[in-house]
Design a protein around this ligand. Sequence first.
Ligand SMILES: [Zn+2]
Length: 344
Amino acid sequence: MAIRQTGISYYGLNYVEHAEKDFQEMLEHGCNTVILAITEFDMNFWYPSIPQIVKKAKEMGLKVLLDPWGIGKYFGGEQVSLFLQNNINNRQVSAMTGEKLPAACFNTNSFRDYFQDFCLKLARDTEADGFFWDEPHYALPKSYASITGGAGEDWTCRCDVCKKKFFDYYGYEMPKMMNDDVKNFRWREALFLLEDTSRKIKEIDKRYEITMCVHATINTYYVTELRGYDKWDMVAASPYFDVFSTTILNWELPLTFFKEITRRTVETAQRYGKQSERWIMNYYKQPEDFSMMDKIIDLYDSMGVDRIAAWTYRGGYGTVLAAPDALKLWDRLGENYKRVLKRQ
Ligand SMILES: [Zn+2]
């Protein structure tokens, strides 16, 4: 077993000839896969360029995965959402206060159609290799952390659509306090849209590969985020996902935490015959000593991770989330990618 895939995310999908130069730089940095972060604005404005950019990346030898980045603020990411701009309804609602939140409710038909059309259009019009589901989540709450005192009691989503679905299934009004029925309802509904969309993508072309990337949280007795995808076994067991991936960890976290998340990621993936993937933080923060990146990548490799990926191209250079030494961090990533690929 060895790491076979070295991915890098990339945004700013404007001109194919500019993307070509960046793809060349990725290849020189040992990347064999590019994860294109496609925003709602890209789809709405730059669309003619997208299939061409995918084609160019493929011609140059990169594997291409499509990330519907931050769509409806349902997926992770900094991008703004046209869906939220154009819809004052179909939003997630706080259970405790009844407030509408700046996040689309993915249980409404309106958002489901919007999201699915977005993905299926890309599946039909491009020659990409797969899709990347990037940190999907219910808005709020951060945690139910009794050990830290400040238990987050609020949760989403208790909109009219969710309430009706809950009532139809369980035969009583969706409670404001989270109980086991609510937990099960949320897990089940959270999975529905991504499974349904993945299935339809594979119907367009069965070679499309789906990576499901969930938050890298411990999910223990004390701290469970309850973002909808925290029951890893339920997620990894889905027949529609090919790769089980867990997100970036901040460089400041202890090595034991990296080990624990990686062990659970690999074990969960293997239990269901899926490939495992771990991420590298290549933006915003950097390790105090860059050799820590070498150690973490060696750790992933030694623990049986199949794929690694980093956010983002050039260490976020030129953005508000650039690492302090963005280009140096990017170069270090490149050295590591080339090093691990040689081991194959
Ligand atoms: Zn809802």
